[in-house]
Write a protein that binds this ligand. Structure first.
Ligand SMILES: Nc1ncnc2c1ncn2[C@@H]1O[C@H](COP(=O)(O)OP(=O)(O)O)[C@@H](O)[C@H]1O
Ligand SMILES: [Mg+2]
Length: 331
């Protein structure tokens, strides 16, 4: 079921609680799709990076070939924030008069630890990867951070778009105001120097520059929002264990994703205990069924696939391929 779903989509988000098997499932899907001939980019957005460990290689912030047709990368939220601030800083410095450079630096230093800064930087990187990735790859697989974080992230494009929209609006008003002022002869270039910081920079140039930065962000976030909300392009998959808390968290995650306008296309119940390996595990399996019944009652229409508990950890290409075979048994 999961592989059929992945085959019919361009973007797959894999979410769920920590430790349930997100990285393993995301990697196996990416492997299977690459083996089937699609060009795949596998992206880890979880700060607790495990992708490199699983593939037994060092991964970085840029796409790196892992096997034929499959590239992988790990987004480093800290480095992403620094890159984001450097870009914003460069833009601000260009727009502000030189004597305010200290103000810009202070503002950026404060922003570094501001609430939501990591999410905003991470989201901008995801948005960029989605935009570029959809031209370079057939399928993008996102191995996401544990539940709460992801749901907040998914609601963010909407907020960021609204925020950018508001800024553009204000900027348009001030631009009209500036034009009116100039027409009245109220701005003879002194204001231009004070605001623009150089003879070549008129208020018009400055407005254009701000507009260009805001427009770029607006397009980026609007594009991400469109991609996320389009169920023919994107599927969100929740991985979980058949235990009480993971089941309750899955139900909550589905609800918060629904509020953000995102459908959950599949549930993957990982580490199902076997029925035929002794009374102890058979007992576990019966207990798991109670929690799965709760899951079914809450989310009766979302397709579900189960994967068996394995004796060992999944590490390295051969183990990922074997896990992909288990996935393929479910369609
Ligand atoms: N079906 C399974 N049976 C046994 N171990 C598993 C199974 N699926 C995943 N694991 C192991 O569980 C650990 C956590 O999996 P991982 O994919 O890193 O979870 P997450 O990304 O959700 O934190 C890893 O050591 C992985 O090898
Ligand atoms: Mg992980």
């Amino acid at each position: 079921m999961l592989l059929t779903l992945a085959a019919s989509r361009r973007v797959l988000f894999v979410g769920g609680k920590g430790g349930v098997g997100k990285t393993t499932v995301a990697s196996a899907v990416a492997w299977a799709q690459a083996a089937a001939g699609r060009r795949v980019l596998l992206v880890s957005t979880d700060p607790a990076h495990n992708l490199g460990h699983l593939w037994q290689r060092r991964l970085g912030p840029d796409p790196q070939p892992v096997v034929a047709r499959l590239d992988a990368l790990e987004i480093d939220p800290g480095a992403t924030v620094e890159a984001h601030l450097a870009e914003v800083g460069a833009a601000l410095r260009k727009l502000m008069p030189p004597h305010l450079a200290g103000e810009v630096d202070r503002h950026l230093a404060l922003s570094r630890d501001a609430p939501g800064m990591h999410e905003a930087a991470l989201l901008e990187r995801i948005a960029q990867l989605v935009q570029d990735g959809l031209t370079d790859y057939d399928l993008l697989v996102f191995d996401t951070a544990p539940s709460g974080h992801t749901a907040r992230l998914m609601a963010l494009p909407e907020m960021m778009a609204a925020w950018t929209e508001g800024l553009l609006h204000r900027q348009q008003r001030s631009e009209r105001f500036g034009t009116a002022l100039r027409n009245l002869g109220g701005d003879d270039g002194i204001g231009a120097r004070a605001l623009g910081g150089g003879e070549a920079r008129t208020p018009g140039d400055r407005d254009q520059a701000i507009r260009a930065v805001l427009q770029r962000r607006r397009h980026l976030f609007a594009h991400l929002r469109d991609v996320l909300a389009d169920p023919t392009t994107t599927a969100f998959v929740i991985v979980l264990a058949a235990e009480r808390l993971p089941v309750l968290e899955t139900i909550e995650l589905q609800a918060s994703l629904a509020r953000a306008g995102i459908d959950v296309a599949a549930l993957v119940v990982n580490r199902r205990s076997p029925a035929d390996a002794g009374a102890f595990l058979a007992g576990r399996r019966a207990q798991e069924q109670v929690h799965l019944d709760t899951l079914h009652d809450a989310l009766p229409t979302i397709p579900r696939q189960e994967l068996p508990l394995l004796a060992g950890d999944v590490v390295g290409n051969a183990a990922i391929a074997a896990f992909a075979d288990l996935l393929a048994r479910g369609g």
